[in-house]
Design a protein around this ligand. Structure first.
Ligand SMILES: [Zn+2]
Length: 669
């Protein structure tokens, strides 16, 4: 008789091996970190003895679940911002809060909280992607869980790097340090096609190949991502990343919601694994990944929860149920993704998808002892039918709850015994997390108070220091003004012609100012659009002053390049009212009596309000402003538009009164 460290017996043993062997009553023998024998209890007890024996009392003993894609430290951001579109959620909330709060301390606490939750839902391995990944790895190793930890690399400044080169260096140092750890597999995580550059893709692939570690990435998560890549590069996402060499590495591709059959084949051929995230895809309305077809084509597909800020939990028992249900509904076929196949995605097949099937994913001698015990005699899972031995898989997929998991072992060490966590102090973690939530709450409350701080939070906002004196005049004949501009007293420095689309956002608190989203289409002499530029401007209310002759000093403005869509800004700023203005603008920079002026000749198309002349000049102080305001009045006279003067209000005021008039008319008619 051989001596073992542990014999775990009196269980329904689901091996999840190649032939899906079930031993009932069965037993598993553990020596050190590994499984040495799996079989019927009678056979095992004749071959092995051990001082430590766990009697499972007829419960299920199976491989631990594999969470194939997550961002564990985001437990600390759980429930922070929900019911938003992916870009608003990510760029408007997650990234700004992360830039402010994410530190090694944050990541450590978030990881510990996540590890406790993972163990409770029967997870023994997870695949993470976040910042300060060496701290994630440390906290995970201390909790005793197995993980692939991917250091994020992206083109934007992140909490742990101002430039992507820093995250690459951090990734390499991290990989070197953790390369041979018994629990942690270090890896590199170029975030996604829309957050990375060719240079990042190249460097990350080289790193993954150099150290033979997995490359973890988000691919084809939304239809919008695919559409943008197609528009810009003329191909779908998988060929796009393949061309950049990514598929040469051992890829773990999260999502793959919007890929076609050719792309599935390309992933299969590259030996890439897919992490399917049903909760996240449902919650963010990203769509339904065609998992059924992926599996028919023999692609390795695992199941992940994605980060707890987009799920919002790490409950893998819930996730596997959803995976099965979503596949059925999306394919219109209730026989799609049956229970046993679904469970394989979270165990043996999942291990293949994350390139760790030599270590974990099934109860097979030689693999690490990563196993869990689940009760199936609870109220919600009773009674048990024995006629069909495979009914046991249905019990797990369709009725089990994470609270049914009673015992968890990873690498031969118990992390939970009879529902008690052995490596983490849950109570304390919950309290510490609550303290963080309080800090983040007050940060967001401060930010949400002002349109300006919300603008600053999404990056790129700059204060425009230059002040202008300006006057606007309603005119009848732009051509006459152009004629006057071409006379000798005026020197035209340059002219431009463009089509301008303005959208003004109004807020309940008027002192916040107005936000203008402006898109200019530049038009050449042939009347073709040559270039489009977007800009977001906050028109504040400070230092407003009117001068004589209906000239006024313009207000201080903050601007940001409009790197997001109008729809993004609308959802992010949530204005109470919106007004659209469309105009054709001819712009002249001129010199008049040795001073620079800008002349805009606008034809308002929407609403149809005729033509306007706008004269502006930069100014540096009060005296200068007074002098230039006199010159503007003079220039307006010179251009022959003086008789029409009187409209120094902003266009927007004119538009509003026009719209109000129309509204009144509609009411009375
Ligand atoms: Zn993710």
């Amino acid at each position: 008789m051989k001596k073992a460290d542990w014999i775990i017996k009196n269980a329904v043993v689901l091996t999840m091996d190649e032939d899906y062997h079930i031993f009932d009553p069965g037993a598993v023998v553990v020596i050190g970190d590994s499984i040495v024998a799996v079989g019927y209890e009678t056979d095992i007890s004749q071959a092995y003895h051990a001082d430590q024996v766990l009697d499972c009392g007829g419960r299920i003993l199976m491989p631990g679940l594999i969470n194939a894609h997550t961002h564990v430290p985001m437990t600390l951001l759980r429930g922070l911002a929900d019911d938003l579109r992916l870009d608003v959620w990510l760029m408007g909330y997650m990234m700004p809060v992360e830039r402010e709060f994410v530190s090694p301390e944050f990541v450590r606490l978030g990881t510990q909280l996540a590890c406790a939750e993972c163990i409770r839902s029967g997870v023994t391995t997870f695949v993470d992607m976040y910042y300060f990944e060496s701290d994630v790895a440390e906290a995970t190793a201390e909790s005793g869980l197995r993980a692939i930890c991917s250091q994020t690399v992206l083109k934007f400044p992140s909490p742990d790097a101002t430039y992507f080169e820093e995250s690459l260096d951090a990734a390499e140092a991290f990989i070197k340090t953790w390369k041979d750890h018994p629990l942690i597999v270090p890896s590199v995580g170029p975030h996604a096609p829309y957050t990375c550059t060719d240079e990042i893709f190249k460097a990350c692939t080289e790193l993954a190949l150099k150290y033979d570690v997995p490359l973890h990435i988000h691919l084809a998560e939304t239809a919008g991502e695919v559409e943008n890549i197609r528009k810009e590069f003329g191909m779908p996402v998988i060929p796009y990343v393949k061309k950049r060499g990514i598929l040469d590495a051992k890829v773990i591709a999260a999502h793959c919601v919007h890929i076609d059959e050719g792309e599935m084949r390309a992933l299969k051929q590259a030996g890439a694994g897919i992490a399917h995230n049903p909760s996240s895809n449902l919650k963010l309305a990203s769509g339904f990944a065609n998992v059924t077809r992926m599996l028919e084509l023999d692609v390795n597909v695992g199941i992940g929860t994605d980060g707890p800020a987009s799920n919002n939990d790490l409950d893998m028992i819930e996730e596997i149920r959803l995976a099965s249900m979503v596949a059925k509904c999306a394919s219109g076929d209730p026989t799609a993704l049956p229970a046993r196949q679904t469970l394989s995605m979270a165990t043996s097949l999942g291990a293949k998808a994350i390139h760790l099937d030599h270590l974990t994913g099934s109860l097979v001698p030689g693999k690490r002892a990563d196993l869990i015990v689940i009760g199936i005699d609870e109220l919600h899972n009773s009674p048990n039918f024995k006629r069909n031995p495979e009914g046991i898989y249905s019990q797990i997929i369709y009725a089990a709850k994470s609270t049914d998991v009673s015992d968890v072992m990873v690498n031969g060490q118990w992390l939970m015994r009879d529902h008690d966590l052995l490596t983490l102090n849950e109570r304390q973690l919950i309290e510490e997390a609550q303290a963080y939530a309080k800090k983040i709450d007050s940060f967001l409350i401060r930010r949400e108070q002002s349109v300006l701080s919300k603008l600053v939070a999404i990056g790129g906002a700059m204060e425009e220091e230059s002040f202008e004196v300006q006057a606007k005049v309603h005119i009848k004949d732009a051509e006459a003004i152009i004629e006057a501009l071409n006379k000798e007293s005026v020197e035209i420095v340059y002219t431009r012609h463009y089509h301008e689309f303005d959208t003004y956002f109004f807020f309940e608190d008027e002192s916040q100012g107005r936000l203008r989203y402006r898109e200019d289409e530049f038009i050449n002499k042939a009347g073709e659009v040559t270039n489009v530029r977007g800009r977001l401007t906050l028109v504040g209310v400070s230092s407003e002053e009117a001068f004589e002759h209906d000239v006024m000093l313009s207000r201080s403005r903050y601007f940001a390049p409009a790197t997001h869509s109008l729809r993004f800004f609308r959802e992010y700023f949530d204005p109470i009212k919106e007004i659209d203005i469309e105009k054709d603008r001819r712009r002249f920079q001129i010199q008049y009596k040795g001073v620079d002026f800008y002349i805009n000749l606008d034809t308002l198309i929407e609403p149809d309000l005729g033509q306007f002349l706008e004269v502006k000049s930069r100014t540096w102080g009060r005296e200068d402003a007074e002098r230039k305001s006199r010159m503007i009045a003079e220039l307006i006279d010179y251009l022959g538009a003086s008789s029409e003067r009187a409209a120094t209000e902003d266009y927007i005021e004119i538009v509003i009164s026009h719209l109000n008039e129309n509204l009144e008319k509609e009411k009375t008619s």
